[in-house]
Design a protein around this ligand. Structure first.
Ligand SMILES: [Zn+2]
Length: 342
């Protein structure tokens, strides 16, 4: 008794995993006892479909199955060949009397036949094979996979340190079927035959003060669950500091060029600017020149409890669009100007 899983799923032995999955899904839709009825024939067919998929969808089981199938087919063809050979002899000469040497030959042939047509008990093979692979899986501890994820923080948070709540999708091996996708020949109801389960998990992660952009934080054991007593994987967080490129740094000091309008330069102004520690009001003195530097003490980066400064370089910029009114005023300014800058 044998089961050809490829025939059961109506596919060839060269089918890809996608084709196997597709064939399986179509058959499940067609032969599910809820749809096709509860007759013994349907139930047993449905079981066969699931068993076939259980073997063919698992590369480990599939390669062993393929070997056994080849072996079985070989044994069968050998048996068939021997039977044909015997039949030919019998039909050609039904009343043929064997000589002594021929009797000896015939004896030899019988032992040969015995060797070639060894009985291959399929049911037994599957039973043993299942227990063997399952014990193998139970006994081998496997470390869970590491998980990588990104966390974005502000420059200020990178300076002071912060606590972030991370909501992460974690995939783990289905606890019901242990990743085998099947329970007693039918698709596992807990994981819907997927073999693993994905769930969101919240973490509170402490991010230390002074953390650098793109540095990694490792949370040991927070990766995917290990199997068979294997260790859990780790969770790696890559820290991204938002707006870190807005500032150039020089040690603990941060440098930034800030544009102002000509009238702000002449009349003075108070403008809001972004610094690593948040928004700060910057006083522009009357008659500020382009290229003038203003030092904001303590607005830089922190290192061992000491804060650097922020150094602002002022750049007087002409707006891209000037209204006719503004242009008239500039003309007026030109007429009444008393001092040349050259
Ligand atoms: Zn499951």
């Amino acid at each position: 008794m044998t089961k050809d899983y490829y025939k059961i799923l109506g596919i060839s032995e060269f089918s890809t995993q996608d084709e196997i999955k597709k064939a399986y899904r179509n058959l499940v839709r067609k032969f599910h006892p809820d749809v096709a009825g509860n007759s013994d024939e349907i139930v047993s067919r449905f079981k066969d479909i699931n068993e076939a998929y259980e073997f063919l969808s698992d590369s480990f089981k599939k390669s062993d199955y393929d070997k056994a199938r080849k072996f079985y087919n070989y044994a069968e063809s050998k048996k068939e060949y021997n039977n044909q050979y015997k039949n030919t002899k019998n039909t050609t000469n039904p009343n043929y009397k064997k000589t002594k040497t021929e009797e000896k030959k015939s004896e030899n042939k019988q032992t040969e036949e015995k060797q070639n047509s060894f009985s291959f008990n399929w049911e037994e093979f599957i039973k043993n094979f299942k227990t063997e692979t399952e014990t193998k899986r139970i006994q081998t501890p496997q470390k869970g996979k590491d998980i990588n994820t990104d966390v974005e923080i502000s420059v200020l948070e990178s300076i002071n340190g912060t606590t972030k709540t991370i909501n992460m999708l974690k995939t783990q091996v289905c606890p019901k079927c242990g990743g085998r996708k099947f329970v007693n020949g039918s698709a596992c109801k807990h994981c819907h035959g997927k073999g693993d389960i994905s769930e969101y998990k919240k973490f509170n992660v402490r991010i230390p003060a002074g953390i650098k952009d793109k540095s990694k934080i490792r949370l040991a054991g927070e990766g995917e669950k290990g199997q068979n007593g294997g260790k859990n994987g780790d969770l790696y967080l890559t820290i991204h500091i938002a707006g870190v490129n807005e500032f150039a740094t020089e040690g603990n000091n941060v440098l930034k060029t800030v544009p102002i309008s000509p009238f702000e330069a002449v009349l003075g102004a108070a403008i809001n600017i972004d610094t690593p520690i948040g928004k700060v009001s910057l006083k522009i003195a009357k008659g500020t020149r382009s290229g003038q530097k203003i030092r904001l003490a303590g607005c830089g980066l922190e290192n061992n409890g000491l804060y650097g400064d922020m150094i602002v370089t002022i750049e007087i910029q002409i707006p891209k669009q000037i209204s006719p009114d503004e242009l008239n005023l500039y003309k007026k300014l030109q007429e009444i100007s008393i001092n040349s800058v050259r």
